[in-house]
Design a protein around this ligand. Structure first.
Ligand code: G3P
Ligand code: MG
Length: 256
């Protein structure tokens, strides 16, 4: 039996895809301006336990960390305390318009989403070696932040140990297993973790896989879908959610 699904079909990847610096509040605001009501973000832990938003394990692609901290500093974001990470420029790499944009905490984004009635997919993206601890921290924080809200966030992760950690501290917040390949045992792991959804690389979905996932009582979601033909294929297959960079191409208000 498939549980009710409160989330919209269309989900803006990292806030607004590539149109704004990923995983910054400016990006989520831009995604909202394009009509999106649900966002995906990537969450990891600072060295002193603050949950913040960044995709890569290392600082170099999306912050000025190397220049600001010096080349002798650790390149790994999770090796630094939040007091250091909070000083970095996470927007200047993208364009001048966003220079000085800071890294947000998950709490910053939660407050924005809750205040505006937006839905959030929190991808738990641990620094390597910190899977379970990151899941536990994201779970505990989210349980506190969304307490009393009608719709909780949706957790997802490629890392089963991260989802297990989140279940330990926030068993009531729904979980989804992310899959880039259909590795041996994925379905059993998803069931053991009581996952409500599978979020696949969109090319993996076919009719048989959609039937298998739905028969197991789970929803079928896809990342990262940036072409009309691919989105139409997933809708025709009866899948339930689409994560996209192309907030400028796909209009959630148009339905579908
Ligand atoms: O959560 C879906 C998608 O974001 C997973 O891949 O590498 O973009 O975090 P990635
Ligand atoms: Mg992600």
């Amino acid at each position: 039996m498939t549980a009710p699904w409160p989330y919209p079909r269309w989900i803006a990847h990292r806030g607004a895809g590539k149109l704004a610096p990923e995983n910054t509040l400016a990006a989520f605001r831009l995604g909202a301006q394009h009509g999106y009501r649900m966002f995906e973000c990537d969450a990891k832990l600072s060295s002193d336990g603050v949950v913040f938003l960044m995709h890569d394990a290392t600082l170099d692609r999306t912050t000025n960390g190397v220049a600001a901290l010096g080349s002798s500093a650790s390149p790994t974001g999770g090796d630094h305390p939040w007091s250091t990470l909070a000083q970095l420029d996470a927007g200047g790499w993208h364009s001048r318009a966003y220079a000085g944009e800071p890294l947000p905490t998950l709490e910053n984004l939660a407050r924005y989403c809750i205040a505006n009635g937006f839905f959030l997919n929190i991808e738990i993206k641990p620094t390597p070696g910190h899977d379970e601890a990151t899941g536990r921290a994201v779970g505990a924080l989210s349980a506190r932040l969304w307490q009393g809200q009608a719709v909780p966030p949706l957790f997802s992760s490629f890392k089963p140990d991260a989802l297990a950690g989140a279940r330990a501290t926030a068993p009531h917040i729904p979980r989804a297993l992310l899959l880039d390949t259909l590795w041996d045992g994925w379905a059993a792991v998803a069931q053991q973790l009581d996952c409500v959804a599978i979020v696949c690389n969109h090319a993996l979905w076919d009719a048989a896989l959609v039937t298998q996932v739905h028969a197991a009582g789970m929803r079928a979601l896809s990342y990262t879908v940036n072409d009309d033909w691919a989105a139409q294929r997933l809708i025709d297959l009866g899948t339930d959610g689409i994560i996209t960079d192309r907030v400028d191409l796909f209009s959630p208000a148009a339905g579908g």
